[in-house]
Ligand binder design. Structure first.
Ligand code: ASP
Ligand code: MG
Length: 408
């Protein structure tokens, strides 16, 4: 007998028919003698619909009320799924975040989990119940409803698995695992049997939206065995997210991630003196804008420097505005921006022990006449910024050049 936490995303519970299918899958696991905790998202589109309603009333909705509102989406699905389980003759009980007592801080709309009281759940499981828990929501010390940020049900699932010391956390979604890259761009993309946590973190943060990045961080920290599977397939092992030390031999490159949401801001001709990076990025940080890549090069005259950084496209206009306003005080010759860029990254823990990956990547892009605007690297990834019009071409040629359609 194992204790399994299963999380079902919005499309998997998008209709009452699909909710019944989820109930059937849960019943199969119960029939095998396992204890099951189910975490569900709101029905697909529901969270967006609720946010839309709020924005029809307040252009900048009050965060506390926003959380009261959007938390209702998951309250609907826990009740419906519990009913569907009962209809199949199972014992089931729904829980809101507050009823479990998933205690969070009070950062409305992006709260963090502080602790989970797993006793009630444990008692129900031992009494033969399926516990159905609302994803995405918690409660703060004072009893206010909080939510964990978009996609937060993944984090609820992993956090519950950690608190209950579950044998496995299964994330059911509309894809059957993690792929070498987006199959819509590269039809030959291959499903990975395993991927390491570090790689998954890179893939998630670089824009492969299979799992909420915080859930992956959480799983890594608490060593939760995490698996991504399709809720629309009867069989299949999905993709298991492993710890590097468990893996036998690593392929050099596991996948190619890309992020269409980037934009870059360039500050030209600033005096090359101590404090200049701070003068440029300080106001950006103060406005709570996350900066991703940064490049600084000394100009030809040796006294000025050019500074380029990337931000999320949503914050491009704001970042550009801040720097245009600061242009005079920084002493910059010019401030300009480009939001028609994209970031493409090769990810693989095997890179640690292999050299020459970067140069093969650059050679492959050069052969297609794709200009690289920025480069950044870590031990397990190489990212380049290119013109967005070359995104699909770049991903396709790199997938081929690194032989990703064939298992290593
Ligand atoms: N319903 C929430 C959202 O759409 C949480 C989730 O689905 O994970 O972001
Ligand atoms: Mg989701």
């Amino acid at each position: 007998m194992a204790l399994i936490v299963q999380k079902y995303g919005g499309t998997s519970v998008g209709t009452t028919e699909r909710i019944k299918n989820v109930a059937q899958r849960v019943a199969r696991f119960k029939a095998q003698g396992h204890q099951v905790v189910v975490v569900v998202s709101a029905m697909s589109g529901e969270t967006n619909r609720l946010i839309g309603l709020a924005k029809g009333i307040q252009s900048n909705p009050d965060p506390r009320e926003m959380d009261v509102l959007v938390a209702t989406g998951e309250q609907v699905t826990i009740a419906l799924l519990s009913m569907a389980l009962m209809e199949m003759g199972l014992k089931a009980k729904s829980y809101t975040g507050a009823q479990v007592r998933i205690l969070t801080d009070n950062a409305f709309t992006k709260a963090r989990i502080l602790s989970i009281d797993e006793e009630n759940l444990r008692r129900d499981l031992n009494a033969g119940y399926v516990a159905v828990v609302a994803g995405f929501q918690g409660v703060d010390e004072r009893g206010n409803i909080t939510t964990l940020g978009r996609g937060g049900s993944d984090t609820t699932g992993v956090a519950l698995a950690a608190a209950l010391k579950a044998d496995e956390c299964q994330i059911y979604t509309d894809v059957d695992g993690v792929y070498t890259t987006d199959p819509r761009i590269v039809p030959e993309a291959r499903k990975l049997k395993t991927i390491t946590f570090e790689e998954m973190l890179e893939m998630a943060s670089l824009g492969s939206k299979v799992l909420q990045i915080r859930s992956v961080e959480f799983a890594g920290k608490y060593k939760v065995k995490l698996r991504v599977l399709s809720s629309f397939e009867e069989e299949g092992e999905g993709t298991l997210i492993t710890f590097e030390e468990d893996a036998m031999e690593q392929p050099i490159i596991s996948g190619i991630a890309f992020n269409r949401d980037e934009a870059k801001v360039t500050v030209l001709g600033v005096p090359d003196r101590p404090g200049i990076a701070y003068a440029i990025l300080g106001p950006v940080a103060e406005a709570n804008i996350d900066v991703d890549m940064i490049i600084q090069n000394v100009g030809a005259d040796g006294t000025t420097t050019d500074f380029t950084f990337t931000v999320h496209r949503n914050e491009f206009a704001k970042a550009l505005g801040i720097l245009k306003a600061a242009q005079g005080s920084i002493g910059a010759r010019e401030v300009k921006g480009d939001d028609k860029i994209t970031k493409v990254s090769l990810v693989g823990v095997g890179m640690r022990s292999h050299s020459g990956i970067a140069s093969s990547m650059f050679k492959t892009l050069a052969a297609e006449g794709i200009n690289i605007q920025m480069i950044s690297t870590s031990e397990i990834k190489i990212s380049v910024v290119i013109d967005e019009k070359y995104l699909e071409l770049a991903v396709r040629v790199l997938h081929k050049a690194f032989n990703l359609e064939h298992a290593a």
